[in-house]
Design a protein around this ligand. Structure first.
Ligand code: CP
Length: 339
């Protein structure tokens, strides 16, 4: 059944069916003139976002904040566990009761799996999961899927029937976990999973994908796994989820996508994606800078699309998607070309 967005928490992509996803994507398309700074809207004027990030973030935190600002609202945020009273032993319950008195909607990230759901239970306003440990990252999966759809449409292809290669740390990567669940909703997808044995995608995801009729092929060979892919989705070794940096180091640098590998094994138009941040340190470098001028590199189109998706989620949850135009006008300042 389609999700009734109004007033809902967004905690997991399990909440979405295909119709709900198409609704989000349609509203995201509506947001393009605002994200491009061609138009402004004040539809959320007076509303306050509590942007609560208890774990490091660059793009999720800032793009949620920008998305809210672009709809006319104000943002209050906390960054880092140590800067919050959680570090003094305050519970998620008390934190949620307090912060939901200050905000119309809260986005939260925390390192513990299930933490955002626990927080949401006590919250008096809707909560969006900005990433809970190795569990889920729903808005990232939505922006990834939206990007995949747009990139494939440009090539005359569809998500149904595509071939995607997922590379790297598939065990701890929450963006991959949420994306795999979303892909399960589509049809006839071939997934090539390329990872070290110890960092395989958890069996439950593979089982669900196969039960949904998709083909799942696992490999430890990058070149072999990349062949025939429409999309290659590279991930970072999630060192913050390992027992020690030394343990994570064993897996860094095992799979490196660079222009030479791309030319040898990928199709001429294979789209290159990464949820970011990419680890550009020499020991890792899973996605090389020598791909920066490759037109198939979609990583910054992903980050731009994140603003559209997050604006759409806000508009749907707060029930203003049909009111955007009412407070809309063209901008009166110089606007650089961004997309
Ligand atoms: N993709 C992602 O979640 O990036 P940040 O950690 O910078 O938010």
């Amino acid at each position: 059944m389609p999700l009734n967005f109004v007033g809902s928490h967004i905690l997991s992509v399990d909440q979405f069916d295909r119709e709900s996803i198409e609704r989000i994507f349609a509203v995201a398309d509506q947001m393009i003139p605002y994200a491009l700074r061609q138009r402004v809207t004040r539809v959320l004027e007076g509303a306050i976002l509590g942007n609560m990030f208890f774990e490091p973030s660059t793009r999720t935190r800032v793009s949620f904040g920008c998305a809210w600002n672009l709809l006319g609202g104000e943002v209050r945020e906390t960054t880092g566990l140590k800067a919050s009273a959680l570090a003094k032993g305050e519970s998620f319950y008390d934190t949620a009761r307090v912060l939901s008195g200050y905000s119309d909607l809260i986005v939260m990230r925390h390192e513990k799996m299930g933490s955002v759901a626990e927080f949401a239970e006590a919250s008096r306003v809707p909560v969006i999961n900005g990433g809970d440990g190795a569990n889920e990252h729903p808005s990232q999966a939505l922006l990834d899927l939206y990007t995949i759809g747009r990139e494939l449409t440009d090539q005359g292809k569809t998500i149904d029937g595509m071939r995607i290669a997922l590379v790297g740390d598939l065990r701890y990567g929450r963006a991959v976990h949420s994306l795999c669940k979303l892909l399960g909703i589509y049809k006839d997808i071939t997934l090539s999973l390329i990872s070290p044995e110890a960092l395989r995608l958890p069996e439950s995801y593979i089982y669900s994908l196969r039960m949904a009729g998709h083909q799942v092929i696992e490999s430890t060979d990058l070149g072999q796994g990349l062949q025939s892919a429409d999309i290659v989705y590279v991930t970072r070794t999630q060192e913050e989820r390992f027992e020690s940096p030394e343990e994570a180091l064993r897996y860094k640098g095992l799979f490196r996508l660079n222009q030479a590998v791309y030319t040898e094994y990928c199709e001429p138009n294979t789209v290159i994606m990464h949820p970011l941040p990419r680890d550009t340190r020499a020991e890792a470098n899973e996605l090389d800078n020598d791909l920066n001028d490759n037109p198939n590199l979609a990583i910054f189109r992903q980050t731009d699309n994140g603003v559209l998706i997050r604006m759409a989620l806000f508009a749907l949850i707060l029930d203003v998607a049909d009111q955007i135009e009412q407070t809309s006008r063209t901008v009166n300042w110089y606007t650089a070309k961004r997309f």
